[in-house]
Design a protein around this ligand. Structure first.
Ligand code: NAD
Length: 304
């Protein structure tokens, strides 16, 4: 098998843009494509590479094609469109946080034409996509993963082989279930504490020095919630999609999912209340609305 040198990269949004930029930096030939008009040309002008006319053009002549799209629905549409352009022996690396069942079906379909697919969703957000330090959660045959290794190493700092095709995406959805639950309960604790008289910023410091610490307390609450910036770069709708995938995995295995179900419903309700286009950290605004208060630096301290 020839090494992967020419990469078609489809979906240069919040995550795909810095990931494709890191591939270029590592010396790969990259052709980018995105459904948003002008986005690929913008990337070429600012970062480099080739701006493909469309997804099929990006895939043409590629040793590998990377998909980094919102959901499996877009991935299935794109795979359908690029299939005739894929050379036998090409490798598809599906890096979206997708639905394992859909991805497995796509892998089977491509396999009939001699094209392998691995799933390799990522964790770490925009900051780690920029620094090339994403955690990569891979599913697929060991030989295909070994072939993809130089490409993956340009975008991430650790590759975790979770199992067969779809296993990376299952792991990703479950990771985000834990992350989304941590965010939700953390904000609820800040609201309870503020009402009691605790200062929310002080609470974040104490949580981070204590056993209540999690990724949200460390990297999101001060940076994106208390600052009122709400611009972490990960959509609330995408988080709700991940929670739906996690629930579906639970249900398909008949595993009871009481907290996962509640968690998904709360995130979905936040999306409905806040409207489209929200960053996931804006979930705090939903929690604030149902609590009837806004998180901020409290003038009053407990015991005053
Ligand atoms: P995004 O919405 O910023 O980017 C998606 C891009 O895909 C957009 O530029 C959009 O125009 C493009 N697109 C949509 N449909 C298309 C199509 N049919 N053909 C070509 N391009 C198309 O989303 P994102 O935040 O970059 O997330 C991408 C994936 O990565 C999602 O599955 C998400 O859940 C996952 N993810 C996101 C983050 C994050 O922090 N943003 C972290 C880990 C994983």
């Amino acid at each position: 098998m020839t090494p992967l040198r020419r990469i078609g990269f489809i979906g240069i949004g919040n995550m795909g843009w810095p990931m494709a930029a890191n591939l270029l930096k590592a010396g790969f030939e990259v052709a980018v494509s995105d459904a948003r008009p002008g986005r690929a040309e913008h990337f070429r002008d600012e970062i480099g590479g080739r701006a493909a006319r469309d997804a099929a053009d990006a895939a043409t002549g590629g040793d590998a094609v990377i998909t980094m799209l919102p959901t499996s629905a877009e991935v299935a549409a794109v795979i359908g469109a690029i299939k005739p352009a894929l050379a036998a022996g090409a490798l598809v690396i599906e890096m979206s946080s997708g639905a394992p069942g859909v991805t497995r079906a796509l892998a089977e379909e491509l396999g009939e034409s001699g094209i392998a697919l691995i799933d390799c969703p990522v964790s770490g957000g925009v900051a780690r996509a920029r620094s090339g330090e994403l955690a990569l959660l891979a599913g697929g045959a060991a030989a295909d993963l070994a072939r993809a290794a130089p490409v993956l190493d340009a975008m991430g700092s650790s590759v975790h082989h979770c199992g067969g095709v779809g296993a990376g995406q299952a792991m990703k959805a479950l990771n985000n279930l834990v992350s989304a639950g941590g965010f939700l309960i953390g904000i609820e604790a800040l609201l309870i504490g503020q009402k009691f008289g605790l200062d929310p910023a002080l609470m974040v410091d104490v949580l981070n020095a204590s056993t209540g610490m999690n990724n949200s307390t460390e990297k999101k609450f001060k940076q994106f919630v208390l600052s009122r910036r709400f611009d972490a770069g990960f959509g609330l709708d995408l988080m709700t999609k991940d929670l739906s995938i996690a629930l579906e995995i639970g249900r398909s295995g008949a595993t009871p999912t009481p907290f996962a179900a509640l968690c998904r419903e709360l995130w979905a309700a936040a999306g409905a209340m806040l409207g489209p286009g929200q960053d996931h950290t804006a979930l705090a605004r939903f929690s604030e609305q149902i609590a009837g208060m806004t998180l901020g630096v409290s003038k009053k301290t407990a015991g005053d």
